[in-house]
Write a protein that binds this ligand. Structure first.
Ligand code: Z2T
Length: 828
């Protein structure tokens, strides 16, 4: 239908991706002079970053357009990854790498007088997530693109990412992360894609001319969702997928009545309220807080995304029953569970599909991933709040629940308590909507994120549902990480060394090829190169520490790292108690003994949720210990304690390659998977960890000689907790010495730490005392083994060689095969 003359013009002038360095430079200068309206005389690093990223962005958009056209013509099943968090970090280095233009841009900007490293530094992190769950979503969309699956991410465009952390007087202080100050070159605003979203109002039903009962939801407040698209380039492929983030805007009609009534100011104020929906990311990791604004965010995002997905499906004019053949939707935790209800509502209220047929479509479309068994993290919304905000959805939930409970009652007529146990509605005051149960009932597959975790959900929190649905609905997909960011970008020297031995960079696409370096584990020359690279990475971190913390650390010391969100279940408190124990031991050493000791740098980093008192106390203690230990002349180089402020993705890229040991020491059964454990080992660091989450599978892959495991097993945790509650369990004697030191004021005002200590001397829910001796023993082994440099490096090499399984490409293939039933689309 497009006339051939027009078509020819489009072909003639259509934008081509630049290929060579000169074309890049031409684009760069064009953007400096036009997009930024600057010149050679006022182009600083920030402007140069902006111009370079504009040039790269243009190139991504060309690939994005091609991919989307291809996917539309192929018209095959797509996957949609719904996540309230995408912890992307910086985009520029990844965009250059994946598009295969890193060399030309690097030398292109160098000719113009800029260092690429300086430009990369200008970019703020896109920190739209809290921790593991958000970073997993970022790794997954990288892998979906890199393995050529047609897949979109859907999320919220928060104006404020996770807060920035400063340490003032040893305490965490938060400040807002307004990351859009200099505009964001990596997003394409789609002002034409505007979707009306309703809240509140009331429901009504009537019988139409055909005698059918029709439900309507009306009279509520309207806001508008505007789409912002972020191109997601695959590595070594033309495929460039889309991450669509929604921002809230006031609707245009919204103000009219008040405006006419002369109340202009208040109508503007009202419309500003709409903007706050997507304004800020909730800063909790593994913790649920039932705020109405959070539920609003969830519905806003889910309704906009489903509207978009359904609109795309309707363009193909297929019958509704084919919806699950065209669409797979993955629920990243329970945050998007309203999508189940919203799709059912669209089908029955708007599209006139019968209930059963609609429900069939819904359950065949969704998959649900659970990320935690911690009870305080499970979402439950009070029925009154829910009914007020989403009255029609509440009705549909009651209906879903009724049909579900009828089915259960038929299956198990004698099980009196079962119905109450599995009901979506918890009979508390007030009643609560159990979102995980709704997600299970509304999905065809439920998965955990590591083997132990996937077993635990079947035997504990979702046990009854295994009885009802059988075991096949529940499965495991062990998490993974993208080797592009977490090996090649973070550790270019190691990646280059590996490539020189493997013969190519193919391992970045097929991580099992790492196996080829295993025979080199005992090769002295290779070992030397390996050690040199680790030293270089440690020096790079040491320079960062010098800059941020103001003191020097010895790069020959053992770098011992624990960086992750601060949480009692992750047990940073056990780590710092261990550091205090080490400090006391050093103080008691003779000169001779000191000569034998292994010097350590204990590195901590991580944010606490702003309202999490215990986590904040742990941060304060780490900083207090740091101050005392680092200033103690008796200790010298044997022990340094560092708290790196504002841990984020970009800092992880510096910290991860620099570890000798990293700690993943959660109470067994509490860390669903962990993913930083994978990052550290992939970069040649060994793990000191508990038998928990993905540590277990890492042990299986790398061999138990190449990991330091300690502590009680998940199966004993319940008994141990019981003992603490119902009998007197003596405190571990070494821990007692540590507490005495704290209580005697060695690290400043002991009053600060009273509740931290009594949480252990009391019920010790996280079993710090129970595991403490075992932890110290494992640490001792680490000290000894680190002295044996040859064995240490061969263990490091062997471990890396066996990390292939933990590529997120593998995880995505498993989801695609066993949950989504989607296939790759080649861009040829
Ligand atoms: C989170 O980061 C994780 C689980 C959550 O449960 C919430 C958040 Cl914000 C609701 C983490 C797990 O703690 C971690 O073990 C896992 O590796 C990660 O999700 C990705 O699955």
């Amino acid at each position: 239908s497009i006339p051939s003359e027009s078509r020819q013009l489009w072909q003639k002038f259509g934008v081509k991706e630049f290929g060579g360095k000169e074309e890049f430079q031409q684009e760069f200068i064009r953007h400096v002079e036009t997009t930024l309206a600057r010149s050679i005389y006022n182009c600083d690093d920030l402007a140069a970053y902006q111009a370079a990223s504009q040039a790269i962005r243009d190139r991504l958009i060309v690939a994005w357009n091609k991919t989307q056209q291809k996917h539309t013509t192929k018209d095959r099943k797509r996957v949609y990854y719904l996540s309230l968090e995408f912890l992307m970090g910086r985009a520029m280095d990844n965009a250059m790498l994946n598009a295969g233009i890193k060399d030309i841009t690097k030398s292109g900007v160098a000719d113009l007088g800029f260092k690429i490293e300086d430009l990369l530094e200008q970019e703020p992190d896109a920190a739209l997530g809290n921790g593991g769950l958000g970073r997993l979503a970022a790794c997954f969309i990288d892998s979906i693109a890199s393995t050529n699956y047609p897949g979109w991410g859907y999320g919220l465009r928060y104006q404020y990412g996770i807060f920035k952390q400063r340490i003032v007087d040893g305490y965490q202080v938060e400040s807002p992360d307004y990351w859009l100050t200099f505009s964001n070159p990596w997003e394409i605003p789609r002002y034409e894609i505007q979707i009306d979203i309703m809240f509140y109002g009331y429901t009504r039903k009537y019988t139409n001319d055909d005698g059918k009962v029709v439900h309507v939801w009306e009279g509520g407040e309207q806001v508008q969702a505007v789409a912002y698209d972020v191109p997601v380039p695959g590595y070594g492929t033309e495929t460039t997928n889309n991450l669509r983030l929604w921002a809230s805007k006031p609707t245009r009609e919204f103000d009219f009545e008040k405006f006419n009534a002369g109340d202009y100011e208040s109508s503007v104020r009202e419309s500003q309220k709409a903007e706050t929906i997507s304004a800020v990311l909730y800063p909790n990791d593994n913790f649920y807080s039932g705020k109405e604004l959070r539920l609003k965010q969830q519905y806003f995002w889910v309704a906009a995304s489903l509207n978009d997905i359904v609109r795309r499906f309707k363009k193909t004019h297929r019958p509704w029953k084919e919806f699950p053949d065209q669409v797979a939707i993955q629920l990243n935790d329970t945050h998007p569970t309203l999508a189940v209800v919203e799709l059912q509502r669209i089908l029955i209220d708007m599209e006139g599909v019968e209930w059963d047929a609609a429900w069939n479509i819904v359950t065949n479309t969704f998959g649900y991933t659970n990320h935690t068994v911690l009870p305080e993290a499970l979402e439950k919304w009070p029925v009154p709040l829910f009914t007020n905000l989403l009255p029609r959805h509440m009705e549909i939930i009651y209906e879903i629940n009724l049909f579900f409970l009828q089915k259960v009652e038929k299956m198990f007529p004698k099980e009196r308590d079962l119905l109450a146990r599995v009901s979506i509605i918890e009979e508390s005051t007030p009643q609560q909507v159990r979102m995980a149960y709704l997600a299970i009932i509304g999905s065809h597959k439920v998965n955990g994120v590591a083997e132990l975790h996937s077993e635990l959900i079947k035997t504990t929190i979702f046990k009854d549902f295994v009885t009802i649905y059988g075991p096949d609905k529940f499965m495991n997909v062990t998490n993974g990480i993208t080797p592009r960011r977490w090996l090649h970008q973070a550790n270019p020297k190691l990646s280059d060394l590996i490539a020189s031995k493997v013969g190519s960079y193919d391992f970045l696409k097929d991580l099992n090829l790492l196996k080829k370096i295993e025979p080199l584990a005992h090769d002295p020359k290779f070992q030397d190169e390996w050690v040199t690279i680790k030293k270089f990475n440690k020096a790079r971190l040491a320079a960062h520490i010098k800059q941020s913390n103001g003191f020097e650390v010895n790069v020959n010391a053992l770098f011992d790292v624990q960086v992750k969100r601060i949480h009692e279940y992750k047990r940073q408190q056990m780590n710092i108690f261990g550091v205090i124990h080490r400090y006391l031991s050093i103080k008691a050493m003779t000169k001779e003994e000191k000569k034998e000791a292994t010097p350590r740098v204990c590195i901590f980093g991580g944010k606490s949720a702003p309202g999490y008192y215990m986590a904040k106390t742990i941060i304060k203690l780490i900083n207090a210990v740091s101050e005392v230990v680092n200033a103690d002349a008796d200790v010298g180089d044997l022990l340094k304690v560092v708290f790196i402020a504002d841990y984020n993705v970009s800092k992880a890229e510096i910290i991860v390659p620099a570890s000798d040991i990293s700690q993943h020491i959660s109470t067994a059964g509490t860390e669903a998977s962990g993913t930083s454990n994978m990052k550290f080992v992939l970069n040649g660091g060994l793990i000191l960890g508990t038998v928990d989450g993905a540590n277990i599978e890492i042990t299986r892959e790398v061999g138990e000689n190449n990991i330091f495991l300690f502590g009680h097993l998940a199966e004993s945790v319940e008994d141990l907790r019981h003992k603490h509650r119902f009998s007197d369990v003596p405190l571990d004697p070494n821990l007692e010495k540590v507490f005495n030191a704290i209580e005697s004021g060695t690290f400043g005002d002991p009053n600060i730490y009273v509740s931290l200590i009594s949480s252990v001397t009391g019920s010790d829910y996280y079993l710090v005392s129970d595991d403490f001796q075992s932890y110290l023993d494992a640490q001792k082994l680490v000290d000894q083994d680190f002295k044996n440099k040859d064995t240490w490096v061969s263990r490091s090499i062997t471990a890396v060689a066996n990390m292939g399984f933990f590529s997120s490409d593998r995880a995505i293939d498993e989801y695609a095969e066993s949950i989504w039933n989607v296939e790759p689309i080649s861009m040829e």
